[in-house]
Design a protein around this ligand. Structure first.
Ligand SMILES: [Zn+2]
Length: 340
């Protein structure tokens, strides 16, 4: 089959890869009608994260089940399914508490390489959720978004305790930040401030429910959030970047007693203890337990109540994955959908 392989920073090639096979009796093999490139794939692409030789890439997927292992009970060939970037049993105590991305049996999908024609999904019964039927083609981008970016933005908003009566600020205007705006809106937030200096992203943020746009960043961004909130700061702030600057911007934009939901993959972030001590801010975040939200997402998307697939502003054949990476790296595209 064809699949994307990252050879070195800036070097992604689509080449012939071995077809996936059932390895454990709990595996499923799915065929992917669409896959996509994640902002987190840009960390190794930019050389910020080391690459250990040529590696298959991609961890976002939807697809049709082709084959299941002998111990798979609920997932059946022919079903259209969605899973997330960590396979999980969905039965251990950690999963039952809603933290499937820290499942005691979790397995990362990224190393299996979802930017390909087919994918092996471990722990199929726990990991995959079937849609009510075969989706029409126009629903596929939104269902694919549910696999990671929507779930990550949603977890950010939930961890920041976005809800009725709350003022929510979102640091980061990538796909995750934009979908955190959508999530905050769905969770009933009263006011949603998107921090972005890019006009097309501002427009999408407004479509998803942002009431205010702040173009300043760093200390100036913090000052602007304070100005908009009577000097107090926001109740809920979502950090969707993962840098020192964005994390401090999030913490300093939050009022005492407020909550930061941090979902940008942290790179080189160090928190100043004394400032944190006096901030009175709650911090919660990490890799989103997307599996927890999949049944709700499928319902919302199937009934066309949300359209998170709008974050895909460039669609390419899988064969042109390299151009997709370049477009996201250069911020010419918010998020790239690939069609195998
Ligand atoms: Zn588990």
């Amino acid at each position: 089959m064809r699949g994307a392989v990252m050879h070195a920073p800036g070097d992604v090639r689509v080449e012939e890869r071995q077809d996936p096979e059932i390895v454990a009796p709990t595996d499923a093999i799915i065929r992917l009608p669409a896959t996509c490139i994640c902002g987190s794939d840009l960390w190794p692409y930019r050389g910020v994260e080391a690459i250990d030789g040529p590696s298959p890439v991609g961890h976002e997927y939807v697809g049709v089940v082709e084959e299941v292992g002998s111990e798979v009970k609920t997932i059946k060939p022919g079903q259209f399914v969605i899973g997330s970037f960590f396979a999980s049993d969905n039965t251990c105590e950690i999963c039952q508490a809603g933290y499937q991305s820290s499942c005691i049996h979790r397995e990362p999908i990224g190393t299996l390489g979802a930017q390909a024609e087919r994918l092996r999904v471990p722990l199929a019964d726990g990991t995959l959720v079937a849609t009510p039927g075969t989706p029409s083609d126009d629903l596929i981008p939104s269902l694919l978004a549910a696999s990671d970016v929507l779930g990550t933005g949603w977890f950010g908003a939930a961890a920041a305790e976005a809800g009725p009566g709350k003022t929510v600020a979102v640091v980061g205007d990538g796909a995750v930040g934009l979908l955190a705006v959508l999530a905050a809106k769905q969770l009933g937030a009263e006011r949603i401030i998107a921090m972005s200096r890019h006009e097309p992203r501002q427009r999408l943020a407004r479509e998803f429910g942002a009431t205010d746009i702040v173009t300043e960043r760093g200390d100036e961004g913090v000052a602007k959030i304070k100005e908009l909130t009577g000097g107090l700061g926001a109740h809920s702030v979502i950090e969707a970047v993962g840098t020192q600057e964005s994390m401090m911007q999030a913490i300093r934009s939050t009022r005492p007693g407020g909550h930061v939901g941090f979902v940008g993959v942290s790179h080189g972030v160090e928190l100043p203890g004394l400032e944190l001590f006096f901030s009175h801010v709650h911090l919660h975040g990490g890799p989103a337990p997307v599996r927890q939200y999949l049944p709700e997402f499928i319902d919302l998307i199937w009934n066309r109540r949300i359209d998170p697939g709008k974050v895909f502003d460039l669609e390419l054949p899988l064969e042109q994955a390299a151009e997709g990476y370049r477009a996201m790296d250069e911020r010419r595209a918010i998020k790239v959908l690939l069609r195998p």
